[in-house]
Ligand binder design. Structure first.
Ligand code: NOJ
Length: 485
């Protein structure tokens, strides 16, 4: 008895010390995130055209840990009603999902024709979300660009930019009356660096060309929305930017600069042009002083004027942290990573996961929010992705711990640092096809039985946790409460 009392006092103090007891502000919004290729399946049904991810997973199965693909995935194309029931059960304010461009425009272009079945799928879904009083946050492109883009060297030339703008116009026309938040593209830095890598001929150059054109596309779509849609539709538009937190590994000037450089290469690469009109000086300098100094494209004066100030809020995907040591690499063979010139290591106190890039370092969330605020001004920040990976369990107490500690870090950023964080969405509603890990890496609040044709969804313990947070708007005393559907 005595032991139990002492233990419970100890636990209360420990929790009180680490988990914020503040309430989320009344207008703070919560959601869950998914993307089309990772959940929909029906890859070639009802008129859908082939996408880059269809092609990649079919042509290079060895690049995926379990050699799987998203041909069926969670079969959300057929199970959207169940998905919406799960969203309702969780009590989310919004659902972040993406449109499959090639389901709507099978060839990618308007001239190739509009697939009415694809349009109906998304239109019905938006109606159902509206009936459930769940706001829609829609990503136009979440990696799965139409296959034609590969043949046409993707975004490396400006040739296809207009196609992206036309697709956006169509999406605004068809769906914009029911969409509160638009994201033009998911993780352009990750997309340019990782997803496109297979298709590059000159990696150290193509990576920058791809991002350069994506930045121009985003800005063109932002102006299109302003000019033709904002007044009657009243949505908010941004772009989902990813970054880890980079902590200097020592107090040395070199390591402090290295960490700043890493943040600038990952986040500033896209954020800087879209907020200030040009690439970060640190990035320009690092590439200009490399053995191949002319690889970063240059924006003209007119382009700078057009691209700057084109986000309504900052959309952040954040999961993990690294310790950063300066690594002045002098190789002649230049790549993006060598341009950054850092070595990444882990703090031994961080819990590791089954993925080598994801460590549980909740303080990184607060630090990255502070860094964004310091670097880009007091813009509203909406966390569009954050989540935990495991190999398959319904008793996902490690996910609960991750969500609780990261959300506590968000509360600290709001209440202690006065950062304008307006919402949070966890990746992901359910287990799905993870890039390069297939079905072996599970990020879902709901487990999905991928061996069953019905793809049953089963609530993990974290469903009860997240639901309680959303209801109580509070993190303390929620850990094991309210399990399951
Ligand atoms: C980044 C991506 O947006 C998403 O597609 C991916 O599944 C998650 N984060 C987890 O890696």
């Amino acid at each position: 008895m005595r032991v139990a009392v002492v233990f419970s006092i100890f636990l209360t103090i420990r929790v009180a010390n680490t988990i914020s007891d503040k309430f989320f502000p009344p207008d703070f919004v919560f959601g869950v995130s998914t993307s089309a290729y990772q959940i929909e399946g029906a890859w070639n049904l009802s008129g859908k055209g082939e996408s880059m991810l269809d092609y990649l997973s079919h042509t290079y199965p060895n690049s995926i840990t379990d050699r799987s693909n998203g041909d069926i995935a969670c079969d959300s194309y057929h199970k959207i009603d169940e998905d919406i029931e799960m969203l309702k059960h969780l009590g989310v304010n919004f659902y972040r999902f993406s449109l499959s461009w090639s389901r709507i425009l099978p060839t990618g272009s308007i001239e190739g024709g509009v697939n009415l079945a694809g349009v109906k799928y998304y239109s019905d879904m938006l109606d159902k979300l509206k009936a459930a009083k769940i706001d829609a946050m829609v990503t136009l492109v979440h990696f799965d660009v139409p296959i034609g883009f590969i043949k046409e060297k993707m975004f490396r030339t400006e040739k296809l930019n207009q196609m992206f703008v036309d697709y956006a116009r169509l999406a605004f026309n068809l769906f914009g009356d029911r969409v509160k938040y638009w994201l033009t593209i998911n993780e352009p830095a990750g997309f340019s660096k990782d997803e496109m890598r297979t298709f590059y001929t000159d990696r150290g150059r193509d990576v920058y060309l791809t991002a350069h054109n994506i930045i121009k596309c985003h800005a063109a779509i932002y102006h299109l929305y302003n000019k033709e849609f904002r007044e009657q539709q009243g949505g908010k538009l941004s772009i989902a930017l990813n970054t880890d937190w980079y902590e200097p590994a020592s107090d040395s000037k070199e390591d402090i600069e290295a960490a700043e450089r890493a943040l600038m290469f990952e986040f500033g690469w896209i954020a800087h042009p879209l907020i200030y009109g040009d690439y970060p000086e640190i990035m320009k300098k690092a590439i200009a002083s490399s053995p191949s100094p002319l690889r970063l494209p240059v924006f003209t004066y007119e382009e700078k004027e057009t691209i700057k100030d084109t986000v309504d809020f900052i959309a952040l995907n954040h999961y993990s942290s690294f310790l950063t040591t300066n690594d002045p690499n002098k190789d002649v063979d230049r790549t993006f990573d060598k341009d950054i010139g850092i070595l990444k290591t882990l703090d031994p106190s961080w819990e590791t996961t089954i993925l080598d890039w994801l460590h549980v370092a909740p303080s990184g969330m607060r630090k990255v929010l502070n860094w964004i605020n310091k670097t880009y001004g007091n813009k509203p920040i909406l966390i569009t992705e954050n989540g935990y990976v495991e190999g398959g369990t319904l008793k996902d107490d490690r996910r609960i711990n991750y969500l609780q500690t990261y959300l506590s870090s968000v509360l600290d950023a709001i209440y202690i640092d006065n950062i304008n964080v307006i919402g949070y969405s966890t990746w992901s509603l359910m287990d799905n096809w993870e890039l390069y890990s297939g079905y072996s890496a599970k990020f879902g609040l709901y487990y999905v039985n991928f061996t069953s044709p019905n793809r049953e969804r089963i609530a993990k313990d974290s469903v009860g946790f997240y639901k309680n947070v959303l209801e109580s708007r509070h993190l303390v005393n929620n850990r094991n409460a309210g399990n399951h559907v």
